[in-house]
Design a protein around this ligand. Structure first.
Ligand code: FAD
Length: 663
């Protein structure tokens, strides 16, 4: 007999792909009561998405595992364009740099989705007991609109089935161990790294399928392109399937093609392929295998497309170079769909993230990146709202910040995809310049240098979107441009992507300027008195807001970066509130940083203030949101304005202290 149970959770995440795991990361960081379910028996191990953009890598650094990506991934430095040559051969037409020195510590990297899922899962485990509940499928959703305005209510009821031995649930796109050899995607110990082995063994399932009813305050649908959550909410999708069918194959190539370890577009009369070198000697090929007849875009016969057919297509397009493989780690066939959901939230209680909102061609290498950034954006907001610390209306900024980006994504894809689908010979000459042009036009957006978050309670823009004179290149709604700083206590150098850890609180970034200047030192001391709650006139922003229960005494923290020469000032020259004392850990040595050049590290060049557009004597004051984006910019003395900004976002402590009241 089926077993029925009922339970409650603050947050339910459906889907443990890249977007769901990013959202779960924040639940773990803030210690929120949350659950994450996935209908698959295991995580992804092979294949799927593989392209990581620099901004995503910056976020990984702030989460603490970017070093693992550096260790395992393969960096892409340039794109090569190959076109038909004069003697029926193919020749290299162009080498386009896809490497922007000075913009980020990290560069576009290839590493399969399964490893990224591993790293996020490990990080979640490091901070909480939250674990993905696998083989659990969401079956029905009821949403009570009447309860939507009460943040303490449970308007969401999801019935889930915990799949038992009696229920078959075929794995998606890969077979575990003795799976079908024909599929070619066999996962075993030999093609996995040891830290994935434990996940290989299918979990012990109950004998019979069980049913559970989960009541939740918030629901995040991270359930992929065919989003179940989206369908339950009747949220329409705009767009359609394109008529192009592609094969994708990850192999260890046996070839004399000279650019096999460089990203290449190879275009000849037989078609266009994309060559993408990967980790562990693998190379991915995107291969056009078929074009649907007009009017039949929703019907193509997948079974007709085999691994052998894809091999033959690559051979034809790379000829006269030879190409073959003995080892194929993963392959699949897909039809490109360009779709966007009309909304990404229902009443700011149910949210959609990742492929559930947008799908497009994988050849841009953006699917996983955008999905993770969606999950990252919505995750911290919901977690803080559930903790009672963030005003619930701030949740509106998920849609206002991320939905326009989904639209830009689709726009980019509409321009980018045709570059790889035009198979007519003779047009090859225009390809390199077109690819460079479109790549250049969308580069800021695609790599994540700019996110374009608009003005909102979380983003206080200057009038007419002008820059702030005190910090000209610190743009609210954008990321902090990464720089390397020296730690005042030990002199070591670290990128700001790591210093500004994604650990939960908002950060007041005190750009203290040059404290050898007596006037400046005085300004810093005035600020410090307010932050320490010693000024009498107003409550310090460090103790004004509700704590995050069990995690942080305050949702606002402080970090100082000064511009005096490192050797000319001491840690103890800085007011105590900027380097507080903990009876167990001593002084907070990680809170005072210096913008000074470092003889042993040429990236630490003492130009942080210059890159941020800040005066080296006068400094500035900046608020960094928990997701590392800039929220507010002002001068060192503007604490009142800063407090007004935070008052618009965070719940103040009430007179009786600790009572959750939305002020
Ligand atoms: P997904 O990764 O799709 O995760 C959604 C999860 O939700 C899945 O684990 C699913 O099992 C689960 N789920 C769905 N419905 C339910 C339910 N009712 N109950 C419980 N769980 C549910 N991108 C590239 O850039 N390059 C590629 O080559 C590429 N190849 C791909 C191949 C395949 C087979 C797939 C599926 C995707 C591929 N992508 C590729 C896209 C890329 O993987 C996605 O952009 C990215 O994974 C999106 O992340 P997500 O978390 O939003 O969704």
């Amino acid at each position: 007999e089926n077993k029925f149970t009922q339970s409650q959770t603050d947050v339910l995440i459906i889907g443990a792909g890249p977007s769901g795991l990013m959202a779960a990361y924040w639940m773990a960081r803030y210690g929120v009561n949350a659950r994450i379910i996935d209908n698959r028996d295991t995580k992804v191990f092979l294949g799927h998405a593989d392209g990581l953009r620099a901004r995503t890598l910056e976020l990984f650094d702030s989460m603490g595992f970017q070093h693992r990506v550096i260790q395992e991934g393969s960096i892409s430095t340039e794109a090569n364009i190959w076109v038909p040559g004069p003697q029926g051969n193919i020749i290299r037409q162009a080498q386009i740099d896809i490497f922007r020195v000075d913009e980020s510590p990290f560069h576009n990297t290839r590493l399969n989705q399964g490893r990224i899922e591993r790293f996020i899962l490990d990080s979640i485990r490091e901070h909480s007991d939250l674990d993905v509940e696998r083989s659990v499928i969401a079956d029905s959703l009821e949403y009570d609109e009447e309860l939507s305005n009460d943040p303490n209510s449970y308007p969401i009821t999801v019935k889930v089935r915990v799949l038992g031995e009696d229920d078959s649930n075929p794995p998606c796109g890969q077979e575990i161990e003795n799976g079908s050899e024909a599929a070619g995607n066999v996962v075993n110990r030999s093609n996995l790294l040891p830290d994935d082995w434990a996940d290989l063994a299918p979990r012990k399932k109950p004998q019979r399928t069980q049913v559970e009813t989960i009541k939740a305050k918030y629901l995040i649908g991270c359930d992929g392109a065919h989003s179940w959550t989206r369908k339950q909410l009747n949220i329409p999708v705009e767009g359609s399937n394109t008529d192009h069918i592609w094969g994708v194959i990850d192999v260890i190539p046996l070839t004399d093609f000279p650019d096999i370890r460089r990203v290449s577009v190879v275009n000849n009369a037989a078609g266009t392929i994309l060559v993408i070198p990967r980790e562990r000697g693998l190379v991915r090929f995107y291969v056009p295998v078929q074009t649907c007849e007009a009017g039949t875009t929703d019907r193509f016969d997948r079974s007709k497309i085999t691994r052998e057919l894809i091999r033959a297509r690559v051979q034809a397009i790379l000829a006269p170079f030879i190409f073959d493989f003995k080892e194929c780690s993963w392959w699949t066939v897909y039809q490109v769909g360009q779709r966007i959901a009309a909304q990404s939230t229902k009443d700011n209680r149910v949210f959609l993230a990742g492929d559930a909102v947008h799908t497009h061609s994988p050849k841009m290498g953006l699917g996983m990146n955008m999905s993770m950034q969606d999950g990252f954006n919505v995750g911290w907001k919901i977690a803080l709202a559930v903790a009672g610390t963030l005003k619930p209306e701030v949740l509106e900024t998920y849609a206002s910040e991320r939905h326009p980006l989904a639209e830009m994504l689709l726009d980019f894809d509409r321009h980018w995809s045709p570059m790889f689908t035009d198979r007519k010979p003779g047009v090859a000459d225009t390809k390199a310049s077109e690819i460079a042009l479109i790549g250049g036009r969308f580069e800021d957006f695609a790599d994540g240098w700019k996110v374009f978050y608009p003005a909102s309670s979380l983003v206080r823009k200057a009038e007419d979107n002008a820059e702030f004179a005190c910090a000209r290149h610190m743009i609210p709604g954008e990321r902090v441009r990464p720089v390397k700083l020296r730690n005042q206590a030990d002199g070591g150098a670290l990128w700001t992507t790591r210093v500004l850890e994604s650990d939960g609180p908002f950060r007041i970034l005190v750009l203290a300027g040059d404290i050898r200047n007596p006037m400046q030192k005085q300004r810093l001391e005035t600020l410090a008195r307010i932050l320490a709650g010693q000024s009498g006139s107003c409550i310090s922003p460090l103790s004004r807001y509700l704590e995050i229960p069990g995690r942080f005494k305050s949702p606002v923290d402080v970090l100082t970066v000064h511009a005096s020469p490192w050797k000319e000032v001491e840690l103890f020259d800085f007011p105590e509130v900027l380097r507080p004392f903990d009876p167990m850990k001593g002084w907070a040595y990680d809170k005072i940083w210096c913008d000074d050049a470092c003889i042993f590290d040429r990236y630490c060049d003492g130009r942080a203030y210059e890159k941020w557009g800040v005066d080296r004597v006068l400094g500035a004051l900046v608020v960094i949101r928990p997701d590392q984006y800039i929220g507010w910019v002002g001068e060192l003395g503007d604490v009142e304005e800063l407090t007004q900004y935070l008052d618009g976002i965070l719940v103040k402590k009430s007179p009786t202290n600790g009572v959750h009241s939305v002020v």
